[in-house]
Design a protein around this ligand. Structure first.
Ligand code: 13P
Length: 248
């Protein structure tokens, strides 16, 4: 039985005043104990977020793959864990594109996150050109084999399928495209990690998730939750997504 997870990725948005949004989000998390809720604010807001809402799960958006070292401007998974973060997003397409993060780098970051006692939320997804070329499922399968560590367990790794072209665009794949891709990811996880582990790892969908489409997306087989960008920035938009997940 895979519990649904509704995770918010605030990206590089928000400030201390914005943490007031967490009050109603934490309230919704408490009111819906059958699902998991996570918010990933910018790393400097992790500790203040937990000071405001100590019961809410707070995650980071990236970590370095080394435990420490001469890497100016970077933070390690252990540092994030010490701040109170329990999860860390790795391999988001915005970082794969802008910071040239490879599958090997993403895998190293998830290993480092697990070693620090965190859950790695590993993102995969094809570009618009790859989907148009009919390569989406092959590309994503390759990303699963390359980015997910062979040490992955259901309580240390979560996968998020985020088609690059659906992020921030208001576009989403069709229900059938999501169903098919999540089945493909499930098969890749089972092939890589064995049936027991592969079938228990959660697979989220991300990309233009909103209160309007959440119920439909979250009801699809093998969609175990959502990774929400823009609509996670306000409780007014995020809480209905939490409630939609809880209602399934
Ligand atoms: P949007 O929900 O804003 O499309 O962003 C999705 C995303 O990138 C979450 O990680």
């Amino acid at each position: 039985m895979r519990r649904k997870l509704i995770a918010g990725n605030w990206k590089m948005y928000g400030d201390r005043a914005h943490l007031a949004e967490l009050d109603a989000i934490a309230e919704a998390a408490r009111a819906n104990p059958g699902i998991d809720v996570l918010v990933c604010p910018p790393s400097v807001l992790i500790a203040p977020a937990l000071a405001r809402q100590p019961g809410l799960a707070i995650g980071a958006q990236n970590c370095h793959d080394a435990p420490e070292g001469p890497y100016t401007g970077s933070v390690s998974a252990a540092m994030l864990r010490e701040c109170g973060a329990t999860h860390v997003i790795v391999g988001h397409s915005e970082r794969r594109a802008a910071q040239h993060e490879t599958d090997a780098k993403v895998r190293a970051k998830s290993k480092s996150a697990i070693a620090a006692g965190m859950v790695a939320l590993v993102c995969v997804g094809e570009t618009e050109a790859e989907r148009r070329a009919g390569e989406a499922e092959d590309i994503v399968t390759g990303q699963i084999f390359g980015s997910v560590t062979k040490y992955a367990q259901p309580d240390t790794v979560i996968v998020s399928y985020e088609p690059v072209w659906a992020i921030g665009s208001g576009l989403t794949p069709s229900i059938e495209e999501v169903r098919s891709m999540h089945a493909t990811i499930r098969a890749a996880l089972c092939s890589k990690l064995g049936e027991a582990i592969g079938s228990a790892i959660r697979i989220l969908y991300g990309g233009s998730v909103s209160a309007a489409n959440a119920s439909e997306l979250l009801a699809i087989e093998n969609v175990d939750g959502a990774l929400v960008g823009r609509a996670s920035l306000t409780a007014a938009q995020f809480v209905p997504i939490i409630e939609a997940a809880a209602a399934i």
